[in-house]
Design a protein around this ligand. Structure first.
Ligand code: FES
Length: 126
């Protein structure tokens, strides 16, 4: 049994410790905001926040997150900052097909939580 905090609530899973966090989120918890794109840590479509840090959930084994805090776009969507970010993305047309937007919004949140007034270079790096 693996226990962790998912979008503010303690949850448990009996998934294999080697199962990918991405699959557990999507299949067991029906959280489809994190998507599978490349499946190898390159595209960011599967991004989530793990203890406040942006990670690719396709590279995380569920067995490694015991006791940790997982935030998906579904959890983040209830926050005031989500509204600010989603409005900003829409206002400047920073959306293509939408597949990777949840990851981009979470990447923005990760940057802003540690650097409230980033430079353009810091934004590009993030
Ligand atoms: Fe592309 Fe995880 S699916 S980084």
């Amino acid at each position: 049994m693996i226990s962790f905090v998912l979008n503010g609530k303690r949850v448990e899973t009996e998934s294999s410790p080697t199962a990918r966090l991405l699959d557990v989120l999507r299949e067991e918890f029906s959280l489809s905001g994190a998507k599978e794109g490349c499946g190898e840590g390159e595209c960011g479509a599967c991004s989530i926040l793990l203890d406040g840090k942006l990670v690719n959930s396709c590279l995380i084994a569920i067995g490694s997150i015991e006791g940790k805090d997982v935030m998906t776009i579904e959890g983040f969507s209830g926050t005031e900052r989500f509204k600010v970010l989603s409005d900003a993305f829409a206002e400047v047309g920073a959306v293509q097909c939408g597949f990777c937007i949840p990851g981009m919004v979470l990447a923005s949140e990760c940057l802003l939580s540690s650097c409230p007034t980033p430079t353009e270079e810091e934004i590009r790096i993030a």
